[in-house]
Design a protein around this ligand. Structure first.
Ligand code: SF4
Length: 453
């Protein structure tokens, strides 16, 4: 995990900083970003990033200290931003709670530091407290093309959506674990994978069950667990997703460019055997990213059955083995059959997630060939009629919607469990789709838009 925001330079850590960092590493916190606040804190933070290999720095003047941001301090910030382990400008922004600096002065300092970030090509770490309207306005007007994150997010869903619409990440801290913050847990559950970061903001805001104590980076695991629960994923899924996001935003470490063949989500193993598809769905994850739950799925080359089997290793180690990825697995029917047979022989369970065009692709009824090899098949129905299906999925094969319906009908005869799914998109008639599934005699599932895996 990466703790994307803390203040290790503070006096609170004077007596045991080394131990704090050891505990962080033991808890799986690989990197820590120390955020700047006033001039002194920036200097101390820079010194820590020189001393400790896993500590990085952000340099910036906190809104409380905005009144001290004069020309010479701005020049210093620019000079510091050139240092090799400085990964962001921050924390900067607006805090209308205490008003240690007037609103006008805070706005001016915020805008100047956004301009600095643009000039030095670094992302911004934004502090926003009781200043939603001005924060969003300034980000809209001044921060186009400047990436960044709203740290220790305390806004509402509307603000989260607006910020993500502008391309900003949302970072969730310890308060998500507090009993009285149901809304924040809802936001933490809702933020799409591509926009989520985590942090401690240590020494402040220790998460439950450490609430009231001095916070430290090792406590990130408590916050991560609550967010993972809110999203229905495991803590290792959450760690992978947020680490990848932090690495990409702050350009820390090497992000793997190699597509994965087999990737774990929760307790299932997913197989990514092709990136090709007979549809071009507007909502397809691959139209905007190569990543699903932090796994890179952009294949350079389609793997052979042997390579897939090697990547699975032990099918019994998982709840199920799922052909999925960011392409249509049944385009590679022979490979699916070979791998499924091996999984079944070795005590595993097989599911296929498909667009239901297997019969159309191969010009024959392929379902009897899957008998005994597949335990469950999940077919994307995606629309209530052919016209809507064509519009949403842009299939390359004529008569696809009817083909999907007849595929489901035949699957029921051969595969023990068959599901029809749709993605919740405005314009899709969920009830009509549910009725179609009922008439076909299969389970029905509505998937959230933008939530894959
Ligand atoms: S059917 Fe699935 S893989 Fe193919 S384009 Fe649509 S969403 Fe993407």
């Amino acid at each position: 995990m990466i703790d994307t925001h803390c203040h290790l330079e503070m006096d609170e850590f004077e007596g045991d900083r080394d131990e704090v960092l050891t505990r962080a590493a033991e808890a799986g916190v690989k990197y820590i970003i120390n955020a700047g606040s006033d001039r002194e804190a920036n200097l101390r933070g820079l010194e820590l990033s020189t001393r400790y290999p896993n500590v990085y720095s952000a340099v910036g003047i906190h809104p409380h200290d905005a009144k001290y941001l004069d020309r010479s301090l701005l020049i210093e910030l620019k000079r510091w931003s050139d240092r090799p382990k400085v990964v962001a400008v921050g924390e900067i922004g607006l805090d209308y709670h205490y008003l240690h600096s007037t609103k006008g002065v805070q706005v001016e300092a915020f805008i100047k530091q956004i301009a600095l970030a643009r000039e030095v090509d670094l992302p911004i770490i934004i502090h926003s407290r009781e200043a939603k309207k001005d924060t969003v306005r300034i980000l809209k007007e001044e921060a186009s093309e400047v990436p960044g994150v709203l740290h220790c997010f305390s806004g509402d869903m509307e603000m989260a959506k607006e910020a993500m619409g502008l391309g900003f990440y949302i970072s969730i801290a310890g308060p998500v674990t507090f009993k009285n913050v149901k809304d924040l847990r809802e936001i933490a559950g809702f933020i799409p994978d591509d926009f989520l970061l985590i942090e401690t903001d240590a020494p402040y805001l220790a998460p439950v069950p450490m609430r009231g104590k001095r916070n430290e980076p090792s406590f990130l695991t408590h916050t991560a667990q609550v967010i993972a629960d809110a999203r229905g994923i495991s803590i290792s899924d959450l760690a992978r997703i947020t680490t990848l996001n932090a690495m990409r935003l702050f350009k820390i470490g090497e992000v793997s460019e190699r597509g994965e063949i087999a990737y774990r989500i929760r307790d299932s193993l997913y197989l990514n055997i092709t990136n090709r598809c007979t549809n071009r769905c507007g909502f397809c994850v691959k139209s905007r990213t190569s990543y699903v739950k932090g796994h890179n799925l952009r294949l350079e080359k389609e793997p052979s059955a042997q390579q897939i089997i090697k990547a699975i290793n032990d099918p019994k180690a998982y709840k199920e083995i799922v052909f999925c990825g960011i392409g249509e697995p049944l385009l590679r029917l022979d490979v699916v059959k070979k791998v499924s047979a091996w999984v079944k022989e070795n005590g595993g369970k097989v599911r296929i997630n498909t667009n239901g065009q297997g019969n159309l692709i191969h010009g024959k009824d392929i379902l009897p060939e899957l008998r005994g090899l597949v335990d469950c098949i999940s077919v994307s129905l995606d629309a209530e009629d052919s016209k809507k299906y064509e519009k949403l999925c842009k299939p390359s094969i004529k008569g696809s919607f009817e083909g999907v319906l007849s595929f489901i009908r035949e699957a029921v005869q051969v595969i023990p469990s068959v599901k029809a799914t749709i993605v919740k998109i405005p314009g899709v008639d969920v009830e009509k789709c549910r009725k179609i599934a009922e008439e076909l005699g299969v389970e029905f599932r509505v998937r959230e838009f933008d939530i894959v895996g």
